[in-house]
Design a protein around this ligand. Structure first.
Ligand code: PRX
Length: 651
């Protein structure tokens, strides 16, 4: 809600409950007193270089020490200048050096129930073999490798193999369409793509290789397609382009030493939606990102050597990058990795896994929690969840109702909940409770981590008062911050650094309460958050208008009990009747253009998209209509918004 007088955004949520950490948790916690946090926080702020120098020397392996901790000339940061390290070494070899070679690195369960455990020693061999195969296939340092795979250990292995030789991975979530893969391949000029024959999804096989084949028709830079056999379906192999993983990877010796890489070597790019139609490749580099993932993992998840840690995300998103691979593995954690869906074969699958593997730390998303609530407590009650000691949440704000259920039902009222706020661009968690010390308030991501200086500003760039909302910005630099948008410096500057001079613009609104707790209040731009995944409304609009029957489209988010936001599209059509069949055709069209996650939940045919006199789509009006706050009359055929629009224009 915007207060027109002050231009400030007021909050609606009034949550006053406070949950202090259980004393027995605090007693053993890595950060166990407020003083300890204050000391870390103040040191990171007041002696930035000294603090990060110590952290980097203690927690990463250096082939060559750095000469300078940080060089920052807004908006460009370089961290650990002149140093040489390797993220694959940090995540694998370093654990072996520290005596953790026989410790399980990955405990994996596939959707059909097949399992595998890889110790750090075994992981090293597999990563080396894959890296050796990539070299044999002509991949060189600086080349981009696309990865479009199911959640198998090979996905993490492929990422670490790229890192080992200085190739840049670009992981594409396996739900994206051929069009989306081709766009990403082209934008990054990817040289090789790694995929699998298929993917298990709720008992069915999705033909991944077939989708990749289609994408490769429009990916001229790709020379090789490396295919893992996962499901055993029949796939055509193109001579001279496609090779089987078991033919080229398995035969390798598995000994390749990690290549020493300059700290600022690009580690990966990951595409994410912004406020325009085209996803951008967020670029992260080796040392700073790896350290940020490592430190934030340790602080927020209070990791101990005997933990079994489970992050339920997919490696296709930043959460999987930072909190399945680079954070936990560089900290020597044992990670459970799961291929399947939470409700297959039944709605108790997650809880069965927690019981079976005695998971101690679980990190999941509010959309999943809301689905569990809907499915009913009986699926949870069947299982012994007493191994759990800490719960995490990410992707969107967790509504107090879901928070309470997570706390009571899953955590047995004894597990702290860490509601972690961050973004693809930040590389790792920025604000979160520290489980041993922070008294939590349901719905608040509480306080910044050491190294993070948040500021809340109004539209003119001035600080807002406590309790008032505004644009959430971060005072740069921090080690994990994005280093750029792949191939588009202008967009990097324009999107993040042009609105408020010298500050990183997050794109979120937030408020800070009188206790210094932060509350995220949603986006300031046209990005919507569907099941914790970012989508640009314009991206979906572009997909819709690429259909021959669509003249114009306007897409908005509307509240959804499970997904957080659902996609509502208002479409004007040409040369066709507004039928149910067309509606279905348009939904499938978007699915084909972007992927299943972008498929509109609701399509309404409109006589015209309401616009302001200057031609801007009246999104607020459409959002109100989509949310049912305003009725536009007949919704079965063509709706006419012109009267409403003219009334609103007079507001
Ligand atoms: O709007 C915020 C929301 O998700 C956005 C970042 O999306 P993405 O880059 O895909 O990364 C998701 C995983 C880190 C943010 O700008 N968001 C993420 N976590 C939270 C959140 N909103 C509120 N509370 C959170 N804990």
């Amino acid at each position: 809600m915007t207060d027109p007088a002050s231009g400030q955004i007021d909050h609606v949520l009034d949550e006053t409950r406070l949950f202090p950490p259980p004393a027995e948790f605090t007693a053993k916690a890595v950060i166990s007193s407020e003083e300890q946090y204050q000391e870390l926080y103040n040191r990171a702020r007041d002696d930035r270089d000294g603090f990060w120098k110590e952290q980097a020397l203690e927690h990463l392996h250096w082939f060559k020490p750095f000469d300078q901790v940080c060089q920052f000339e807004a908006p460009h940061a370089e961290w650990f200048v002149g140093g040489e390290t390797n993220a694959s070494y940090n995540c694998v070899d370093r654990n072996i050096d520290l005596g953790r070679g026989d410790k399980p690195a990955i405990i994996w369960e596939g959707e059909p129930g097949d399992t595998r455990t890889l110790t750090y020693n075994e992981l090293r061999t597999e990563v080396c073999k894959c890296a050796e195969a990539l070299l044999e296939l002509g991949v060189e340092k600086g080349d981009v490798v696309s990865i479009y795979m199911p959640m198998t250990p090979e996905l993490a292995i492929a990422m670490l193999a790229c890192a080992r030789i200085g190739a840049i991975h670009s992981v594409i979530f396996a739900g994206f369409s051929a069009e989306s893969i081709a766009d990403r391949n082209q934008d990054a000029s990817a040289k090789l793509i790694i995929t699998s024959d298929g993917l298990y999804r709720r008992g069915k096989v999705l033909p991944l290789k077939k989708t990749v084949d289609e994408a490769l028709e429009k990916s001229p830079s790709i020379q090789t397609c490396l295919v893992l056999r996962r499901v055993g379906n029949d796939v055509p192999m193109t001579e001279g382009r496609d090779v089987w993983w078991h033919d080229v990877v398995d035969k390798q010796p598995g000994e390749l030493p990690a290549v020493p890489l300059d700290s600022e070597t690009t580690l990966f790019i990951l595409y994410t939606s912004g406020s325009t139609g085209k996803p951008k490749g967020i670029r992260h580099t080796t040392a700073g990102y790896n350290l940020w993932a490592n430190r934030t993992f340790q602080w927020v998840f209070d990791h101990r050597d005997d933990d079994v840690y489970w992050c339920t995300a997919d490696c296709g998103w930043i959460t999987g990058h930072s909190y399945i691979v680079y954070g936990p593995m560089s900290a020597g954690a044992t990670c459970l990795m799961f291929e399947g869906a939470p409700n297959y074969p039944a709605e108790n699958r997650f809880w069965e896994l927690v019981e079976k593997y005695k998971v101690t730390i679980m990190y999941t998303a509010p959309t999943a929690i809301r689905a569990f609530i809907k499915w009913g407590d009986e699926h949870v009650d069947k299982h012994d969840l007493s191994s759990l000691r800490l719960l995490g949440s990410v992707g969107e704000g967790i509504n107090p109702e879901a928070w309470m259920w997570y706390h009571e039902k899953i955590g047995g009222e004894k597990c702290p909940i860490v509601d972690t706020w961050w973004q693809t661009e930040t590389g790792g968690i920025m604000m979160s409770p520290l489980p041993g010390i922070t008294a939590t308030k349901p719905g608040s991501c509480t306080k910044p981590l050491p190294g993070v200086i948040p500021v809340i500003l109004d539209e003119t760039g001035h600080s807002v008062d406590a309790e008032h909302g505004g644009m959430l910005c971060i005072d740069p630099p921090w080690p994990g911050m994005l280093r750029g948008v792949w191939g588009d410096e202008e967009r990097f500057v324009e999107t993040y650094w042009a609105t408020v001079k010298g500050k990183y613009l997050t794109g979120d609104n937030a408020r800070c309460d009188a206790d210094g707790y932060y509350w995220i209040m949603g986006r300031i731009d046209d990005v919507i958050n569907v099941s914790g995944h970012r989508l640009s409304t314009i991206e979906v609009e572009s997909a819709l208008v690429s259909h021959e029957a669509v003249a114009e489209a306007a897409v908005v988010g509307r509240p959804d009990d499970i997904k957080g936001q659902a996609i509502a599209a208002f479409v004007t059509i040409k040369d066709r009747e507004p039928t149910e069949e067309l509606r279905q055709e348009l939904r499938m069209h978007v699915r084909k253009q972007i992927g299943a996650l972008a498929q509109p939940d609701e399509i309404r045919f409109a006589a015209g998209v309401p616009k302001t006199r200057s031609g801007k789509i009246m999104r607020r009006l459409l959002r109100d209509i989509a949310a049912g706050r305003e009725s536009a009359g007949d919704t079965s055929t063509l709706e006419d918004f012109s009267v409403l629009a003219s009334l609103r224009a007079e507001d």
